[in-house]
Write a protein of this length. Structure first.
Length: 685
């Protein structure tokens, strides 16, 4: 009897120990079913698809997050038309821009795997790869000559200038301060690059057997963008703004033809507006390119043009088309072109004959913006017309899809190992009426995992930047991480957004922010009417243009419990005079220079309404941001302090405008946003 009692007591004790352990394990498993901040480092996505000339397989960049380096990196992989994967390169490197030789025997790409960015070649017969250059700057815009003997590329080429002042009297070995930086050029810094050295982007060629690169251009202007070879490999077509008034007319680029043997340059286009992205037809007779007639609007449609290579008979192919065109590729028979465009937040691929007939081939391209749900994707087309493109999906970053006349097949599933066992937010597209006019506004709802429509949920309104960009219903880590913490997230495309026609985008020309504020509030009201939103727990955030609108919102309503203003413009006057693209912003976004239109600038500046703000508002900006400099956030932070409004400022060290470029910064951004909202739950007040 004693033995039985002892055994029973031991079993009870064991159960008491086991039950908490089992509960803790169950809780941990339940947590792991939701997307966590640290999962950002496990995300992958496909980009830069390049179909082999045979059409049998595609090489692409498999992007991944290096947790030790805190960097996004990428290796080259190949996938055949059945979906079988094989690596071409590996290791901790950034490989990108894969470009096939005309015969398909070699693949050129750019990589930093040899210590600095160089042109590398991959040979299909031996499966070896190696650098063929020893360049002093990073190459870009790789282009094979039709005979496969040369690679053309662009590269920044410095022009060393001696400082105008040299201090006398420095003893040998003395440790003096760094000398002052003397600046007298127009555009002297760029977001993501910092203070730019003196020099310009020039065009080079290098033999594909390796050797010394040859510089072909020497002008005091940037020779940038795509390079197109003539059929006989004797000329190159490029785009540049070589006009004497280029600083005052930053969009006025032209197409030029460069003769390699002599260095002679002939101008092919001549109009007020950008001409860029030249592509020569396979038969060598016609030139396609992109551009528009500049009317100095903040948003203008990019059109597709074709003309004879001689420069005769230019023709506008998309005159009747209300969407901007990009990624132009000729059909193999030279009778038509493929191009991409965004419509209502979806990435489309179309084919158009030279006679004007057009047909849509896909509306599923996208998925490249893994942080926030922006539209935009990439595609390639084979000689037989088969497509490979990046797939826009609500629950996965970009994978690759093969589309032929007979099948549509998903070729990759890069994140299934991470996300198949996760419960993600369900994404639902909505349309709602504008209270201002007859516009219909598009948006998406992210429902938290295990959503119960009978309960009340807090709402985050998340606003896109640009302002001339568009959100899509595709995967976004930031949205998913917010929803995983129990928030319903609403993100929309208010007026000013692209992919809804030129008129819709231009409604904020010299008028921003304005009725886009109403579009956002209408979206919040539409969601509240569904019955599952707690109106006491409304929150708002956005970055860049979304930061502008967030600051505008808290200056015009007190309905939100808290706000996070990320990388904003607060004062348009100071913004134009401190941003990197100041000559563009002052000309295209405003009726004139700040001191000539001070009333207009201040009317649309959130700083003008800071006296109305009562909402607890946090600022978040990268300290190396030259697009919306951190001085904008500092102004608002100090103004809110003076106004007695609860505020905080998060400064991200060394981060440019694209904060998410380093994965840990993406995590930190979301964590601070959620922290601020959690600190301002109404129940805690």
């Amino acid at each position: 009897m004693k033995t039985i009692m002892t055994t029973a007591l031991a079993l009870v004790a064991s159960a008491l120990v086991y039950a908490p352990a089992q509960a803790a394990n169950s809780e941990a498993q339940s947590k792991q079913q939701l997307l966590q901040l640290e999962d950002v480092f496990q995300l992958e996505y496909a980009s830069n698809p390049a179909i082999h000339p045979s059409g049998d397989y595609t090489v692409f960049v498999r992007n991944f997050m290096n947790i030790m380096a805190d960097r996004k990196q990428g290796n080259l992989w190949r996938v055949n038309n059945k979906g079988e994967l094989r690596p071409l390169t590996g290791g901790d490197a950034q490989d990108h821009s894969p470009t096939w030789s005309p015969d398909g025997k070699q693949l050129a790409f750019v990589s930093n795997r040899s210590g600095s960015n160089q042109i590398h070649l991959y040979w299909t017969d031996t499966r070896e790869h190696a650098p063929i250059t020893r360049l002093t700057s990073s190459p870009s815009n790789l282009s094979w000559s039709p005979d496969g003997k040369w690679l053309a590329f662009t590269m920044f080429t410095p022009q060393h200038k001696a400082a105008p002042v040299s201090l006398p009297g420095k003893p040998q070995g003395a440790n003096w301060a760094e000398p002052p930086r003397y600046i007298d050029k127009d555009n002297y810094r760029a977001d993501g690059a910092g203070y730019t050295p003196d020099g310009y982007s020039q065009i080079y060629v290098v033999p594909t057997t390796g050797g010394s690169p040859r510089q072909l251009t020497f002008g005091d202007y940037n020779h940038g963008g795509a390079l197109a070879w003539s059929a006989d490999a004797k000329q190159l077509i490029f785009s540049a703004n070589s006009h004497a008034d280029a600083f005052e007319q930053p969009n006025n680029s032209e197409l030029y033809q460069l003769t390699l043997a002599t260095g002679d340059i002939q101008q092919l286009t001549d109009r007020q507006g950008p001409d860029h992205s030249p592509v020569i037809s396979p038969d060598g007779k016609k030139l396609a390119w992109l551009g528009y007639d500049d009317t100095y609007k903040s948003y203008q449609l990019t059109h597709l043009y074709v003309m004879d290579l001689s420069g005769q008979s230019p023709k506008l192919l998309t005159q009747d088309f209300d969407y901007s065109v990009g990624q132009v590729k000729w059909a193999d028979d030279s009778r038509g072109l493929y191009f991409a465009y965004d419509r209502e937040g979806k990435g489309h691929i179309a084919y158009q004959n030279l006679n004007g007939k057009r047909r849509v081939l896909s509306d599923s391209m996208g998925g490249l913006s893994y942080s926030r749900p922006y539209s935009g994707g990439q595609f390639d087309v084979s000689s037989s017309g088969d497509l490979v493109y990046t797939l826009a999906s609500a629950n996965r970053p970009a994978d690759l899809v093969l589309q032929t006349s007979k099948i549509t097949r998903k070729l990759t599933a890069l994140n299934d190992d991470l996300l198949n066992h996760k419960t993600l937010a369900r994404i639902e597209e909505i349309w709602y009426d504008s209270s201002v006019d007859d516009n219909k506004i598009q948006g998406w709802i992210a429902y938290p995992p295990n959503f119960d429509p009978t309960k009340k949920y807090p709402l985050i309104l998340e606003i896109h930047g640009g302002p001339h960009t568009a959100y899509a219903g595709s995967f976004a880590a930031e949205i998913q991480l917010m929803a995983a913490q129990g928030y319903v997230v609403l993100y929309t495309n208010p007026r000013g957004s692209t992919s809804y026609g030129e008129k819709f985008a231009q409604e904020i020309h010299h008028n921003y922010p304005s009725h886009d504020y109403n579009d956002l509030m209408d979206g919040v009201d539409a969601l509240i009417s569904k019955g599952f939103i707690d109106e006491q727990r409304l929150y708002v955030t956005g970055g860049s243009g979304g930061g502008v609108l967030t600051a505008w919102i808290v200056g015009h309503t007190d309905r939100f419990a808290a706000a996070v203003v990320a990388k904003p413009v607060i004062n348009w006057y100071s913004f134009v005079l401190t941003a990197d693209m100041y000559n563009y912003f002052s000309k295209y976004w405003f009726p004139g220079k700040p001191w000539e239109h001070q009333e207009h600038y201040m009317k649309y500046s959130p700083i003008s309404y800071v006296g109305n703000v009562t909402t607890p508002t946090m600022l978040l900006t990268g300290e190396a941001d030259h697009r919306t400099p951190i001085s904008e956030s500092e102004q608002y932070y100090q103004a809110l302090k003076l106004a007695g409004v609860e505020t905080a400022m998060v400064r991200v060290p060394d981060a440019p405008h694209g904060i998410y470029a380093r994965p840990s910064n993406l995590m930190a951004k979301v964590a601070y946003i959620l922290h601020w909202f959690e600190q301002h739950q109404p129940s805690a007040n």
